[in-house]
Design a protein around this ligand. Structure first.
Ligand code: ADP
Ligand code: MG
Length: 219
């Protein structure tokens, strides 16, 4: 089973991971009522479909004000979005996620995948965030590291976490957040029985803060 980005982010939030505030709408009429829940004046409008590659296909839009948000939401709702992951028939956009816009300083990739046969988790980390990871693996494999850890009661230890984040040049605070994020991913896998969690991109914003800007979860 596959869930939408906004649902995956709700789970991340529930487990203490850093995600931005957002609202989900099923009709553009809902914007006026719900928008006050967001603090920012700039938004990102994101089509919720079960496929990635939305950014390049017009399914992720930076919006500067409320009236543009209403115009663009009207355009995006009900549209058939075709990305490299939807197949040529595309997917209809039936819900939208409106999220506070982040000022991105750097984009990374972090995912966690279960191998039930060997009772291990593979964490994949890359400095090439926001890209298709298969393409990064082909073109610049040196920018990806995989770390396998054993599934055990007390979760990943400090050594394992240090290895997973070793490819990122994080400062002490960022390391703390990343370490807690990795523990959260581990717990989600265990408690929600997820088989894959992919954060792409995981970003550092202009204030140096780590945020999960996109999330995919499979069960
Ligand atoms: P997809 O993977 O389907 O293309 P993403 O959610 O990863 O969709 O969005 C694509 C790109 O849009 C991201 O790599 C990021 O650069 C930008 N983006 C997404 N969400 C936000 C946000 N809240 N604020 C700023 N930029 C964003
Ligand atoms: Mg993405």
């Amino acid at each position: 089973m596959n869930i939408h980005e906004h649902q995956a982010k709700d789970i991340l939030k529930e487990f203490g991971a850093p995600v931005s505030n957002g609202i989900v709408i099923f009709s553009d009429n809902e914007i006026r009522d719900k928008i006050s829940k967001l603090k920012d004046k700039e938004y990102v409008l994101k089509a919720q479909i079960h496929a990635g590659g939305r950014g390049k296909a017009g399914g992720v839009k930076l919006i500067k004000n409320l009236s543009d948000l209403e115009i663009e939401a009207k355009k995006m709702m009900g549209k058939i979005l075709t990305t490299h992951q939807t197949g040529p028939q595309g997917k209809e956009v039936k819900r939208l996620y409106i999220e506070e816009a982040s000022e991105i300083s750097e984009e990374f990739y972090l995912s966690c995948l279960v191998d039930r046969e060997t009772s291990t988790l593979a964490f994949i980390s890359s400095t090439e965030g926001g890209m298709d990871i298969e393409k990064v693996a082909l073109d610049t494999p040196e920018k990806i590291i995989t770390n396998k850890i054993e599934i055990k009661d007390d979760g990943p230890n400090k050594d394992e976490i240090d290895k997973i984040i070793s490819i990122f040049k994080f400062d002490a605070d960022q390391k703390k957040t990343a370490s807690s994020l990795i523990k959260s991913l581990y717990e989600i896998i265990m408690k929600k029985d997820a088989s894959l969690i992919e954060i792409n991109p995981l970003i550092i914003n202009k204030s140096g803060k780590l945020i999960c800007l996109d999330a995919k979860m499979n069960f």
